[in-house]
Design a protein around this ligand. Structure first.
Ligand SMILES: Cc1cc2nc3c(=O)[nH]c(=O)nc-3n(C[C@H](O)[C@H](O)[C@H](O)COP(=O)(O)O)c2cc1C
Length: 211
């Protein structure tokens, strides 16, 4: 079935509370698995919004690499997003599965992944990506493309003939969620929206929201 037909079926059938898992992580995994199965391009791409100085938000894509009680991605710890997370650990994620007329929003608190987790993931990356981790001063001003290529060449020379270790300023963040919203488009903008939030006892409460 092509994606347009699949999307039309989802819009027609909609989302009801009885469709939802009690645990939002289980629900999220089911939707992610469905997006993979039907061939959504890069379903792991998520937009992360962070808060910077003066409460100014900023958003960009990252790739979800692991789901382990949280949403793990990897980046440069000197990047804008990483500096903002260090100052303001609350972060918002958005999975833009608009090709399926779906969207998932998550709000959570960021914590750095352990060195072991970051090392293990870094070791799985292609060598050129590993060298790129050393070569890039992510989010700093770069004078020219040539400067980037020279920096990559310097990293190649430095690690010639040996394994590339993880740069100390590169690693994971895990966003530990405290709120979710699952959104399914319906005809005439009468969409289905369900929010999961944690109550005082730490149990998930599901509420339908006006579209
Ligand atoms: C689909 C997609 C996936 C991306 N995945 C990552 C990622 O996992 N980690 C990362 O550091 N940047 C990733 N990027 C690049 C970021 O969007 C961003 O340009 C970069 O991390 C610098 O962001 P910052 O200056 O706001 O910190 C991705 C971009 C796209 C479009």
């Amino acid at each position: 079935m092509d994606l347009d037909t699949y999307r039309a079926e989802l819009e027609a059938s909609g989302l009801s509370e009885s469709d939802l898992a009690d645990d939002p992580m289980v629900q999220f995994e089911a939707w992610l698995e469905e997006a993979r199965r039907v061939g959504v391009h890069e379903p792991e791409a998520m937009i992360i919004s962070t808060v910077g100085a003066g409460a100014v938000p900023s958003s960009r894509h990252v790739l979800l690499r692991d789901l382990n009680g949280g949403f793990t991605f990897f980046t440069n710890y000197n990047s804008q997003k990483a500096k903002e997370l260090a100052e303001h650990p609350d972060a918002a994620l958005c999975f833009p599965w608009n090709i399926l007329a779906r969207q998932v929003r998550v709000v959570g608190r960021a914590e750095r992944a352990s060195a072991e987790v970051s090392d293990a993931y870094f070791a799985t990356r292609p060598r050129n990506s590993q060298l790129g981790g050393w070569a890039s001063a992510q989010s700093e001003v770069l004078a020219s493309r040539e400067e980037l290529e020279a920096s990559l060449a310097a990293a190649e020379e430095r690690f010639a003939g040996r394994e590339v270790p993880r740069p100390p300023n590169w690693g994971g963040f895990r966003i530990v969620p405290y709120e979710f919203e699952f959104w399914q488009a319906r005809p005439f903008r009468l969409h289905d929206r369900f929010r999961y939030r944690l109550d005082d006892r730490g149990d998930w409460v599901i509420e339908r929201l006006w579209p």
